[in-house]
Design a protein around this ligand. Structure first.
Ligand SMILES: *Cc1c(COP(=O)(O)O)cnc(C)c1O
Length: 477
């Protein structure tokens, strides 16, 4: 690669070509074959108006809603729309954030600040809760107490959650649905429990919040349940808007206050923030507003129905595939699939990739099997037959190859390592053993990941975290 000449101004055509070259190496964001990371409505006109809005508001600043009243108006419009969709009362308020993680961090922050008398606050969650809640706990000094789910249904166990609540518990979190398994937790029971104990209850509907309102016969999961105090929903997922926007709604303004921030303790302008960011582009907000208008509630109803039907069709097709099965019947538009002992999910994922389909491997955890994750979108609905054929072929090939064999000695040795004590040299050595080391301290990510994933699957989660952090570190040096 020739080094970039930063000193000389480049012409627009040259920059455009270079950007196109960079993009050519990425996963496709459209076309319905990428079953995580991206969400495709298949509606080109909605994408186009979203891009236009993103561009025309890119330089606006959400730091000060009085300076850019357009942004305050659009935020209010979207929160109002979400309030109706989530069955929230008239008292409900909300904010637009940069994504699901920020929404969850703010929900935990508001709960912590809402209980100032608690010195060592805890949140109680099912083990299937999104990792972003763990991140929130890590950032905010809040202990995350995880509780096993019901092993048959993969849903939160309200009794087990009740058993670990203490006077320091400031929040319960449940998912609608969970990312890894695609099922809705028993929100009704958990919210009732929270209400009875005077604790907040957050529903993480980051991925389901713009789908479930449009489906028939969904178990209650939103503000219609009294004990639910906040709900998060990502617009950059199933509202099919450009990246960088989620909504966090609270039942009343008092519940929100704890994540507002003010600072007059410096010589500059008084900082007033509703979210973590201070300066923030109005682009994603304007884009979401534009796309939501372009698609409309009737449009979303159709898109949700298509994605849901596709999910059920893929699930039915999987039941016919020898060696592959659905882990638990899906409540929304997400599927977790696993294999029998003749093959492994990591090889299936590689074989899907070789056939132009991206499915996401998920490691085994707490006795639950490793799986591949599929988020089904409207754009995949017209390709269910192709997807089912690819899954059939990929599984047959994985069975032919047999499960990846992890050297038991290597696995045992890895199991003995204490992730906390590994220095850089030790990590370099381990990356080499794992087949990730490239030239001169760099890492290479090979096309086929099954061997590496199988190895990562048998190492304890803290070591997996250390190894993958080391990979990220070396990829970004
Ligand atoms: C995606 C997701 C998140 C995290 O959202 P980001 O936008 O990736 O930060 C949290 N919870 C659930 C259920 C999700 O699906």
């Amino acid at each position: 690669m020739t080094p970039i000449e930063w000193s000389r101004p480049a012409g627009a055509e040259e920059v455009r070509t270079a950007l196109a070259d960079l993009r050519a190496g990425d996963l496709p964001t459209h076309g319905g074959r990428t079953l995580s990371y991206v969400y495709d409505s298949g509606i080109a006109a909605a994408d186009e108006i979203g891009r236009e809005a993103l561009t025309s508001f890119a330089a606006t600043n959400g730091l000060d809603p009085t300076a850019f009243p357009s942004l305050a108006a659009m935020e209010s419009d979207l929160v109002g729309l979400a309030r109706d969709l989530l069955d929230a009362p008239a008292s409900a308020v909300g904010v637009a954030t940069s994504g699901g993680t920020e929404s969850l961090v703010l929900a935990v922050l508001a709960a912590r600040e809402g209980a100032p008398h608690v010195t060592r606050p805890q949140v109680v969650v099912p083990e299937t809760v999104h990792a972003a809640v763990h991140k929130a706990g890590h950032l905010l000094g809040v202990e995350v107490v995880t509780v096993p789910v019901d092993p048959r249904t993969f849903r939160a166990d309200p009794e087990a959650m009740a058993a670990v609540i203490t006077d320091a518990t400031v929040l319960l979190v449940v998912s609608a649905p969970s990312y890894a398994h695609g099922v809705i937790d028993p929100v009704q029971e958990v919210a009732a429990l929270a209400a009875a104990r005077g604790i907040r209850c957050h529903v993480d509907a980051c991925i389901g919040g713009w789908v479930l309102p449009f489906l028939e016969e969904v178990t209650p999961w939103n503000f219609a349940l009294d004990g639910v105090t906040s709900v998060s929903v990502d617009l950059h997922k199933y509202a099919y808007t450009p990246k960088g926007i989620s909504l966090l709604l609270h039942r009343d303004p008092g519940l929100r206050r704890g994540h507002f921030y003010a600072c007059a303790d410096w010589p500059g302008y008084t900082v007033l923030n509703t979210t973590l960011q201070s300066t923030k582009s109005g682009g994603p907000l304007a884009a979401a507003w534009a796309v939501a208008r372009a698609i409309g509630l009737d449009g979303y109803r159709g898109l949700a129905a298509r994605a849901r039907t596709a999910t059920l069709e893929v699930a039915a097709a999987v039941e016919e595939i020898d060696g592959l099965r659905v882990v638990v019947p899906p409540d929304s538009t997400l599927l977790a699939l696993t294999t029998d002992e003749r093959c492994d999910v990591f090889t299936v994922a590689d074989e899907m990739g070789a056939r132009g389909w991206l499915v996401q491997p998920q490691m085994s955890f707490a006795g639950h099997p490793a799986t591949v994750h599929l988020s089904l979108c409207a754009a995949t609905a017209s390709r269910v037959g192709e997807l089912a054929s690819a899954l059939t072929e990929a599984t047959a090939e994985a069975v032919r190859r047999g499960p990846v064999h992890v050297d038991p000695q290597l696995a045992a040795a890895a199991g003995q390592l204490d992730a906390a004590t590994l220095d850089d040299a030790a990590l370099d050595g381990l990356l080499a053993v794992a087949g990730l080391a490239g030239d001169s301290g760099r890492v290479t990510v090979p096309e086929r990941m099954a061997e590496i994933n199988a190895l990562l699957d048998v190492v304890p989660p803290p070591l997996r975290e250390s190894l993958l952090t080391a990979v990220l570190d070396r990829l970004t040096r």
